[in-house]
Design a protein around this ligand. Structure first.
Ligand code: CA
Length: 640
C-alpha cells in the first residue's frame, strides 16, 4: 500500500506541472490564491494586480510575479488571504514595455466585459443537484440538432419568456416544452463564451450580435446572464440551463470559435505571448484564413494544448455534450484528432469544413475533403444545402426547390451521408467530386443555418411569384430531405415556425426585429410545426432513416431511376436492425406537376405526402402497373 501511495505521489508530481502549463490562471483556496501565467521566453517582467471590482478603481495590491524555476516561460505568485470576490489582471513586459492588463488566456471567471479575471469558488456556482447531472445518452446517428441564438429565441414578447435573451430562458417551461414537442434532442447554441461585441455595461439597451468575436474562451458570455458584474452569476445560470435541458433529455452543444480572436493587439493571446498564437504570412503580415483579420495557429503546441484543455474544461465543468467548430478548416487535422481523442466518445464534434480565406499552413487542414482522416468528426454538407436552396454566393439563384434541374446527384450525395455509394454519380455533385465521409454520421444534413438567408427568405428570393402555399410546400419538402438523410440532421431554430429575417442574409448585428422568433407564427402556420414534429418523430421511430453505418446504407438503400427535379430511393427495411417497415420508398418532386415513380405492385401505407406527415399512416395506396404518384412540389414516403 505504501509503495502504491508513493507511486501515486510520483505520478502526481509528473502530472501536476503539465496541467499547470495547460491551465494557467488562478487556483483559489480560502488561505491563499496561486496565480500562474505562461509567457514567451523573452518576457522581462509580469505584474499581477488585484482589484476590488471588475471594472474601474485602483488595484488593492500589485505583485511582481516570479519566474518558475523549472522553465522560463511560467510565472507564479501566491497571494495570502481569502481573495474570493476579488478581481485580477496580468501585465507582461516585453522590450522594456508593459503590453497592458488582461485576465490571461485561462480565466474561468471574469468581471463585466471580461476585462479582469475573477476569483470565484467554482464549487459554489453549482446549482442544486448538479453533481447528479449527466449528459443524455444519445448516439450520433440518433441526434437531431437545433441551432439557436439565445436572443433570437426568447427576446420577443410573443414568446412570453421571463428571462428574455438570457441563458435562463432555456430553463423555462415554454422553451423546454417547445423543444420536446418539436422532438429535437440537441441544442447547438451560437457562441456563448465571453465575446466582445455586446457591451455588458449597457444591457438595458437593445444590442445584438451572433458572438463570433471571442474574448475569454472559458467563461460564459455576460450579456446572456442576469448580472454580468457578478462573475458567479453567469457561471451558475449557464449550468442551470444545461441542467434543465439535460433533464429534458436534450444535449447542449457549444459553438466554439478557436480559429480567430476579436482583434490581435488587444487579445489575451497577444498581450501575454505576442505573435505566438497567430499564423503569419511569409511577408510578416498576419494570415487571415478566418476572414476576421487573423487566424490562430492550432499546429503550435501551446495553441493546440489550449484548444484541447478548453474543450475538456467545458465538458468537465459545464457538462457540455458536443462542439461545433467555427471555420474548422482553419485548424490542422492533427489538432482536431487530438481533441477527438481527449474527450469521451459520446461528445459529438462537427464543424465547418472550410475557411474564409487562405491559411498560412502547409500541412493538412480540417477541410471537408479531409473528413475521412478525422474519424468521429463531422462536417457540414454544403452539397445538399446548396442543391436544395441554391448556391451560397448568390441570394437569388434557385436550385432543386425552385425547379432547377441538375441538382439531383448532389441531393443523393446528401441522402447517403457523403459516403461512398454506388448509386451516386460523384462527377455530377456540385462541390465534392468524391465522398468525404467514412460513416454517414460524419455529415451534417441541413438546408439553412444562421449564415445566409433562412429558408423562407431564400425561397421568396429565388422562386418567382411564390405563393404562401407553395412556400410552405417547398419548405416542408426541403426539411423532409434533411430529416430522412443518413447524415445528422440540423435545423435552424425558428424554421418550425416559418421564421423569416425580412430578407437579411447576414444578420450578425441586425436588430431584434430581424432576428427574433415570432412565436405567434405557431398559431398562424400550425401546419408547419405539425409537419416538422411529425417528421422528426418519424425519423426517430424508424432506424431506416438513420442507419448510422456506411455498410448498412450501401447494402439497403438504392436509388430509383428518375428524371430531372425528381429524386427517389428505396430502403430495404428488413435488413436494418430495429426497423419495422419492410420496403420504404421516399421521393422528392420539385416539379409544379405530379410525377410518378415505379414501385412493385402492392398496397402501401402513405406516411408523408403534400403537407401531411404521420407515421401511423395518412391513407393507403394500391398500385397497379407499378406506378405511384408523387404530388407536385412534395415529398412522398410510403411503406409496406
Ligand atoms: Ca462579453
Amino acid at each position: 500500500m505504501r509503495q502504491l501511495l508513493s507511486l501515486v505521489a510520483i505520478i502526481m508530481a509528473l502530472l501536476v506541472p503539465q496541467s499547470l502549463t495547460a491551465r494557467t490562471g488562478v487556483t483559489y483556496s480560502p488561505g491563499a490564491s496561486v496565480f500562474t501565467i505562461e509567457t514567451n521566453n523573452d518576457a522581462q517582467q509580469v505584474k499581477l494586480r488585484i482589484y476590488k471590482d471588475g471594472l474601474g478603481g485602483k488595484p488593492v495590491k500589485t505583485v511582481n510575479m516570479k519566474r518558475d524555476k523549472a522553465g522560463n516561460t511560467l510565472w507564479q505568485a501566491s497571494v495570502k488571504g481569502d481573495l474570493k470576490g476579488k478581481f485580477y489582471t496580468f501585465d507582461v513586459k516585453y522590450d522594456g514595455k508593459f503590453r497592458g492588463e488582461c485576465p490571461g488566456i485561462w480565466a474561468t471567471a471574469v468581471g463585466v466585459n471580461g476585462k479582469r479575471g475573477a476569483i470565484v469558488d467554482m464549487g459554489q456556482t453549482d446549482p442544486q443537484g448538479w453533481s447528479a447531472d449527466k449528459r443524455p445518452a444519445i448516439a450520433a446517428k440518433d441526434l437531431i440538432l437545433y441551432e439557436m441564438h439565445h436572443r433570437d429565441f426568447s427576446i420577443d414578447e410573443s414568446g412570453g419568456f421571463t428571462y428574455k435573451g438570457k441563458f435562463l430562458a432555456l430553463t423555462e417551461p415554454r422553451a423546454i416544452e417547445h423543444l420536446k414537442t418539436l422532438g429535437v434532442n440537441a441544442v447547438h447554441i451560437l457562441p456563448s463564451f465571453d465575446y466582445a461585441s455586446v457591451d455588458e455595461t449597457r444591457l438595458n439597451e437593445p444590442q445584438y450580435n451572433w458572438g463570433y468575436d471571442p474574448v475569454n474562451y472559458n467563461v460564459p458570455e455576460g450579456g446572456y446572464s442576469t448580472d454580468p458584474y457578478k462573475p458567479e452569476v453567469r457561471i451558475s445560470e449557464f449550468k442551470q440551463m444545461v441542467q434543465a435541458l439535460h433533464k429534458a433529455g436534450i444535449k447542449v452543444i457549444l459553438d466554439v470559435v478557436y480559429n480567430h480572436t476579436w482583434n490581435i493587439d488587444g487579445s489575451n493571446f497577444q498581450l501575454t505571448r505576442p505573435d505566438y498564437f497567430y499564423r503569419k504570412n511569409a511577408d510578416g503580415t498576419y494570415s487571415n484564413g478566418s476572414g476576421c483579420g487573423n487566424e490562430t495557429a492550432s499546429e503550435r503546441d501551446g495553441m493546440r494544448q489550449f484548444m484541447i484543455e478548453s474543450v475538456k474544461y467545458w465538458v468537465d465543468e459545464y457538462h457540455i455534450d458536443g462542439f461545433r467548430f467555427d471555420l474548422m478548416g482553419v485548424h490542422d487535422i492533427e489538432t482536431m484528432n487530438a481533441i477527438r481523442n481527449a474527450v469521451p466518445q459520446d461528445i459529438f464534434i462537427y464543424g465547418e469544413g472550410w475557411s474564409a480565406g487562405s491559411c498560412a499552413y502547409s500541412g493538412d487542414l480540417a477541410m471537408k475533403a479531409n473528413t475521412s482522416k478525422m474519424p468521429g468528426i463531422a462536417a457540414f454538407s454544403d452539397e445538399i444545402r446548396d442543391a436544395l436552396r441554391g448556391p451560397w454566393d448568390s441570394n437569388s439563384k434557385a436550385a432543386f426547390l425552385g425547379g432547377v434541374k441538375g441538382n439531383e446527384e448532389s441531393i443523393k450525395f446528401g441522402i447517403v451521408g457523403a459516403i461512398q455509394h454506388p448509386g451516386v454519380d460523384y462527377s455530377k455533385v456540385n462541390y465534392s467530386k468524391a465522398p468525404y465521409a467514412n460513416e454517414p454520421t460524419q455529415m451534417i444534413a441541413y438546408v439553412s443555418c444562421h449564415d445566409d438567408m433562412c429558408l423562407v427568405d431564400r425561397l421568396k428570393a429565388s422562386v418567382k411569384g411564390i405563393t404562401i402555399d407553395e412556400l410552405i410546400r417547398l419548405d416542408l419538402m426541403a426539411q423532409t430531405v434533411v430529416m430522412t438523410s443518413q447524415g445528422v440532421p440540423f435545423l435552424l431554430s425558428g424554421e418550425e415556425m416559418l421564421r423569416d429575417k425580412k430578407g437579411v442574409h447576414n444578420s450578425y448585428e441586425s436588430p431584434d426585429s430581424i432576428n427574433h422568433l415570432d412565436w405567434d407564427n405557431l398559431e398562424r402556420y400550425p401546419q408547419v410545426m405539425d409537419y416538422y414534429k411529425s417528421l422528426i418523430a418519424l425519423r426517430k421511430a424508424h432506424p431506416a432513416f438513420h442507419m448510422g453505418s456506411a455498410d448498412l446504407v450501401r447494402r439497403n438503400l438504392d436509388f430509383l431511376p428518375t428524371e430531372n427535379c425528381l429524386v427517389a430511393y428505396h430502403i430495404n427495411g428488413r435488413n436494418v436492425p430495429g426497423e419495422t417497415w419492410d420496403d420504404i420508398y421516399v421521393a422528392f418532386n420539385a416539379h409544379k406537376r405530379a410525377r410518378t415513380i415505379e414501385v412493385p405492385d402492392g398496397t402501401y401505407t402513405i406516411v408523408c405526402r403534400n403537407i401531411k406527415c404521420d407515421q401511423s399512416g395518412i391513407s393507403t395506396v394500391k398500385t397497379k402497373g407499378g406506378k405511384v404518384t408523387v404530388p407536385a412540389q412534395s415529398a412522398l414516403i410510403i411503406h409496406n
